[in-house]
Design a protein around this ligand. Structure first.
Ligand code: SF4
Length: 338
């Protein structure tokens, strides 16, 4: 059911009190995951939301329809692990009918061989794969699952789709996988992929995060550049990653998401919708807007739009990670969608 058109002119925009305009929505479609990453959840997992609390495809399409009317141009499907959401290709196909410029997905890659053919037919052309180590034993230690080979099989399967934009996301933990920057850079060169190194952020239930555990992206850049000189392509801003290409012309690129050491909140254009229908202005928000309740109570497009516009207008300046009194969000990464 597509929302009634918003008969307002000019078209309202998702602008906050700092003048930033949201154009990207990270849309979590499930809180469930088939891995148990140390920095995200405890070994026993988390209490999954009951299915009745998770937005149905129809509810997602109604809300995304409204968001697109308000200026959202890009959707990133996340989880938990989004490939665990049944019939995900149907949702991708339906989202493809909305006036969106891009639909992308972030996955741990395990279920790709089974689902990629249908996702590709549904129109998916942009994928980020989370892989924090190229060492099977270290992968198993970090994820508490012995699925390294399945992730590699998922990545290998992607090579069947030459027009797919593939990025690897690597969360870097000091004393754990910080010594793998060069092997990942070599993989980027070999596969012509974009490998993005993400600074460790305090978002897990029991992640042991300390500022000292963070490896600044700049450190990794210097390490790589010492062997493979890098040239800047783009600074972090509209996109969270600063991008670097290889000076010798080799394919592939390096991305750095330095959320902690070099925050880029001043140009943030992202908002998030959780799988259970909560609108979050920031990854680190401690407040969220319940859109599920008014939606299920039959609120009109105009009423829902007004709620969304008003909420985004109050968006916080940015995360306070480096500030005294930093308050962690109550939700873990898997319950927000990263
Ligand atoms: S921390 Fe929040 S405000 Fe800053 S870039 Fe991330 S989502 Fe945007």
């Amino acid at each position: 059911m597509s929302p009634e058109p918003l008969l307002t002119d000019p078209k309202p925009r998702l602008q906050d009190r700092f003048g930033r305009v949201a154009s990207k929505l990270r849309l979590s479609v499930t809180d469930r995951c088939n891995l148990r990453c140390l920095y995200c959840m405890p070994a026993e997992g988390l209490a999954w939301q009951p299915k009745t609390e998770i937005l149905s495809f129809e509810e997602i399409l109604t809300l995304v329809g409204i968001f697109s009317q308000l200026g959202i141009e890009q959707i990133r499907l996340t989880g938990g692990e989004p490939l665990l959401r049944q019939d995900l290709p149907q949702l991708v196909a339906a989202l493809g009918q909305l006036p969106l410029k891009k639909i992308a997905l972030t996955s741990n890659g395990i279920l790709l061989p089974e689902l990629m053919p249908a996702l590709y037919r549904a129109g998916l052309r942009s994928l980020n794969i989370s892989l924090d180590s190229l060492l099977p034993a270290r992968f198993a230690q970090l994820t508490r699952r012995d699925d390294y080979d399945r992730v590699l099989a998922g990545l290998a399967h992607l090579e069947n789709y030459p027009d797919l934009a593939i990025k690897l996301n690597v969360v870097v933990l000091r004393g754990f996988n910080a010594d793998e920057a060069l092997p990942f850079a070599e993989l980027a060169r070999e596969k012509a992929w974009s490998v993005r190194f993400i600074e460790f952020m305090p978002l897990g239930k029991s992640d042991g995060w300390l500022p000292t555990e963070v490896v600044p992206g700049e450190t990794l850049r210097q390490e790589i550049a010492a062997i493979y000189p890098l040239l800047p392509i783009e600074a972090a801003g509209a996109n969270p990653a600063s991008r670097w290409c290889f000076a010798d012309g080799a394919p592939g690129e390096i991305g750095l998401i330095n959320s902690v050491s070099e925050p880029f909140c001043q140009s943030c254009n992202r908002i998030r919708l959780t799988a259970d229908g909560m609108l979050r202005n920031c990854l680190f928000s401690t407040q969220e807007l319940n859109l599920k309740a008014p939606l299920r109570e039959g609120a009109s497009t105009a009423e829902l739009s007004a709620l969304i516009l008003n909420w985004v207008a109050q968006k916080e300046a940015g995360h306070q990670i480096n500030q005294v009194g930093f308050e962690r969000p109550l939700r873990s990464m898997s319950q927000i969608g990263g």
